[in-house]
Design a protein around this ligand. Structure first.
Ligand SMILES: Cc1ncc(C[n+]2csc(CCOP(=O)(O)OP(=O)(O)O)c2C)c(N)n1
Ligand SMILES: [Mg+2]
Length: 358
């Protein structure tokens, strides 16, 4: 199986495969890739300064998330793992929501109940990620079944890593999707590592895409650092799903250039040369070269995008840091429509103990 590529390392596109995307949309795609990279830098720095507790970077994997979201309709559902935050922002999720979530303050839309980075948004159809690896694969297959049952012309796309292909939910989800021909796109971000476990420990198969055949699904392997190639394969998978032809399995070959999370130190387990090799395939610089050669953006334009997001984020961060934590009452809300007496009693006890107003 050959890997689908459109952009070479100099940013030159194969004219036979180059998608027809407007200049405005291409520039928007670059903007959101730049934003994702910047969020990673800020998140990691804030965590190291002890100002936020946790950060999950997706540096090196910007092309997969932005290429995919650009190929979907806003009504389609996204089931992320945790390295696809750019998809939510591309759809319009306010940056303020993320920053308040990072600081777990009173405006955190997740009310402090989620690990920073594991956020969702019903409005933008970006489903709350589940921490146990692979669970979103069966959720997406089930959602696909629901779309089909309700005759909704919708697609759902689910993201998971190479490590998640070893989970039993991977088998259950792909099998269910294939048998019932659900409009689901199974998108594997093969970033070569599952924390410190290399890809060679996840499968005895030559490549992950080979697994599709066993389920009777079409499998596509794509260069995950090539945003145009990702866009094309997702567009094609959407077309199949909407035509009632069922799921597609996509293996995007990419690399986790940063640590697994802010709690990880990859220098302890992976060779420096490997990172150097992948840095040359950076998805953002490749796409920037393509857009510059087309005359769609200049180097100054790129710097302006970065500094405008940077200023915006700096302002949001200083505002978010001033706010109080979520009220104690949120510990007791959203489970029962009316708070039962024993929880009311516990709440009053806790409130008195803390001497704090809820
Ligand atoms: C069932 C389960 N086992 C272990 C973990 C701990 N864990 C969190 S992320 C991770 C690695 C996942 O690797 P992969 O699927 O390749 O995704 P990546 O982090 O590389 O994007 C592990 C083992 C977990 N969250 N859930
Ligand atoms: Mg991985």
């Amino acid at each position: 199986m050959s890997m689908i590529k459109i952009l070479d390392s100099t940013g030159k596109a194969d004219p036979e495969l180059e998608p027809n995307i407007s200049k405005e949309k291409l520039v928007k795609m670059l903007e959101y890739m730049i934003l994702v990279r910047l969020l990673d830098e800020k998140g990691m720095r804030l965590q190291r300064q002890g100002r936020i507790s946790f950060s999950i970077p997706s540096t090196g994997q910007e092309a997969t998330q932005i290429g995919a979201v650009a190929a979907l309709s806003p009504e389609d559902w996204i089931f992320p793992a945790y390295r696809e935050p750019g998809m939510a922002f591309y759809r319009g999720l306010p940056l303020e929501d993320l920053v308040n979530h990072w600081f777990i303050n009173e405006k955190d839309p997740q009310k402090g109940r989620r690990l920073p980075g594991l956020f969702g948004s019903k409005q933008f159809r970006y489903v709350n990620p589940s921490a146990p690896i692979g669970t979103q694969i069966i959720q997406a297959a089930g959602a696909g079944y629901a779309h089909k049952y309700l005759s909704e012309n919708l697609v759902d796309i689910v993201f998971f890593g190479d490590g998640a292909t070893s989970s039993s939910d991977f088998h259950s989800g792909l099998n269910f999707g294939a048998v019932f021909k659900t409009p689901t796109i199974f998108f594997c971000q093969n970033n070569q590592w599952a924390i410190s476990v290399p890809l060679s420990r996840q499968t005895g198969a030559t490549s992950l895409v080979d697994k599709a055949q066993g389920y009777g699904l079409p499998g596509v392997q794509v260069d995950g650092n090539d945003i145009l190639a990702v866009y094309n394969v997702v567009k094609e998978a959407v077309k199949r799903a909407k035509a009632g032809d069922g799921p597609t399995f996509i293996e995007a070959v990419t690399y986790r250039a940063g640590p697994h999370t802010s709690s990880d130190d990859p220098t302890r387990y992976r060779p420096k040369e490997e990172l150097e090799k992948w840095k040359k395939l950076d998805p953002i610089s490749r796409f920037e070269k393509y857009l510059r050669a087309k005359g769609y953006i200049t180097q100054e334009g790129i710097e302006e995008i970065r500094s405008s997001f940077d200023n915006k984020l700096n302002n949001l961060i200083s505002e978010a840091e001033k706010l109080k934590p979520p009220s104690l009452k949120t510990l007791f809300s959203d489970v029962y429509s009316e708070l039962p007496w024993h929880l009311e009693e516990q709440f009053n006890e806790l409130n008195a103990l803390k001497g704090r107003n809820a």
